[in-house]
Write a protein that binds this ligand. Structure first.
Ligand code: PLP
Length: 482
């Protein structure tokens, strides 16, 4: 079977066996010069694999040999026209999709729930963002997805927009009406880009939502590293559609990504693809079973609530990804941030906390035993006497832009207390992290709602990227003199 092959892994392994004398990058010379602590930490073999583009191992940005073979196998598995390996995460995929699709000063319609990489891509492309407000689930206090109606309104109000970029599923595994959204964009002649960072596993089990790859999207990017058994920073850019010129996309990627791609990363992608092709279905069956077990047991505990399939409403939530385990701790009186701290102290590391919830990822590596340990920690929780009355608010509506994001790059900034920032223009991206959804993008006029929202997240222990800590207060960077 073709998918049994792992061309890149095989080629690198064969190369290592030749025991070549290295007179090339990287500077550790296949481990011979590597610091001892690193050798101890990673093992000798690790450095053997950390090759550069040596003879016979192809070039990521001019792939014609084993890297192309590996990408072609990924493309066949995912059922795309082309699939390209990314070594700078989905951030690179998002940047490439935008840079390939929108020209300077052109409008791109995006969700207010977009990841910071979308703002970064728009800044690089010198494009104009038009925001669509997503829906909000009051029960769990989480942003969900864009609706077809809101997107259509934005398209009608901006008939000169050329591109629609939609982020779905969200971090919590809630997917919007992707097919209808893609069809809508195409009806109005827009190119449709999908940030499916959290959906690289979707094709491998029928219980997962359907990937946008099969629903007509022009370009789809996925963080392989978020859910598949591969290494951090490894992602895919999928080109499902013949309407996209692959050469152009590759040209963009060769500009924005490193010219020294890690063979450890690329080999990891090759092997993870093989793993999914051969064993994906059973692996995910097991992971889903573990997640269902966790949901059943946790929801039976006093004070805990979990997101289940029942959250699907067919409007802003069309499908639920069962490997995402969202635990709501509101009734126990804790904020999600406080609860994360408690879990951490008890040896449990989670993916994300917000004001009301903690989010745990179940992967092909999670066992029922892990869940049992989690349960034993959860059983220790004492409800707080003084209840946390804080409810997550929806991200405030996008304030207007005083200047386009790219224009701020040419401006100086000054740091001022957040509380004094009303009416000033944000210089940076200000985003609670995770999930990395910017409350402020460069060029936005800061309003009271944004100030209150950021202050709230900060006050309750959330990390706000792009802010500056000044003792117990929070400050931000604003454009100087504006
Ligand atoms: C929705 C979304 N898009 C894009 C990204 C960026 O992905 P990466 O970390 O692979 O660069 C993330 C990361 O969290 C994300 O959540």
């Amino acid at each position: 079977m073709e998918q049994e092959k792992a061309p890149l892994y095989e080629a690198v392994s064969k190369y290592i066996k030749r025991k070549m004398i290295p007179f090339h990058m990287p500077g550790h010379s296949q481990g011979k010069g590597a610091p001892r602590i690193l050798k101890k930490l990673f093992g000798e073999k690790f450095f053997d694999f950390d090759l550069t583009e040596v003879s016979g191992l192809d070039y990521l940005h001019y792939a014609q040999g084993v890297i192309r073979e590996a990408e072609n196998l990924a493309s066949k598995l995912y059922g795309t026209e082309s699939t390209i390996f990314l070594i700078n995460g989905t951030t690179a995929g998002v940047h490439a999709m935008i840079l390939d699709s929108v020209k300077e000063n052109e409008k791109i319609i995006i969700g207010r729930n977009s990841h910071r990489s979308v703002i970064g891509g728009i800044l690089l492309a010198r494009a104009k963002p038009v925001f669509v407000e997503p829906e909000f689930n009051e029960e769990f206090g989480i942003i969900t997805n864009l609706t077809v109606e809101e997107i259509e309104k934005a398209i009608k109000e901006n008939p000169d927009a050329k591109v629609l970029l939609v982020t779905t599923p969200n971090y919590y595994g809630l997917q919007g009406r992707v097919k209808d959204i893609i069809d809508l964009g195409h009806k109005y002649g827009l190119r449709v880009l999908i940030d499916e960072a959290h959906g690289a596993h979707f094709p491998f089990n029928e219980k997962f939502p359907k990937s946008a790859i099969y629903l007509g999207a022009d370009l789809v990017t996925q963080s392989a590293h978020k859910t598949l058994p591969t290494l951090t920073q490894t992602s895919f850019l999928h080109i499902p559609s013949k309407s996209v010129n692959v050469d152009r996309v590759e040209q963009v990627l060769s500009i924005i990504e490193s010219s020294s791609p890690s063979y450890i990363f690329m080999t990891a992608l090759d092997v993870a693809r093989r793993e999914m092709a051969l064993h994906g279905k059973e692996m995910w069956d097991r992971a889903i079973e573990v997640a269902e077990y966790a949901r059943e047991k946790i929801s039976a505990l006093q004070g805990f609530k979990v997101i289940t399939e029942k959250i699907v409403n067919g409007i802003d939530i069309y499908a639920f990804d069962p490997i995402k385990l969202t635990i709501n701790v509101e009734d126990l009186g804790y904020s999600g941030f406080e609860f994360e701290h408690f879990l951490n102290k008890n040896g449990i590391e989670i993916e994300l906390a917000d004001l009301q919830n903690v989010l745990l990822f179940i992967t092909v590596g999670t066992s029922k035993r892990d869940i049992d340990i989690l349960l034993s920690v959860l059983r220790k929780v004492q409800p707080k006497k003084e209840k946390n009355k804080i409810k997550m608010e929806r991200t405030p509506k996008a304030p207007p832009f005083a200047m386009m994001p790219f224009e701020t790059l040419k401006k100086d900034f000054e740091v001022i207390p957040l509380k004094e920032a009303k009416g000033r223009v944000s210089w940076g991206i200000v985003a609670p992290y995770p999930p990395g959804i910017p409350v402020l993008a460069p060029g936005m006029v800061i309003d009271d709602d944004c100030i209150d929202f950021i202050d709230e997240v900060f006050k309750y222990g959330g990390l706000v990227q792009g802010s500056v800590r000044q003792g117990s207060e929070i400050a931000i960077r604003v454009v100087k003199g504006v």
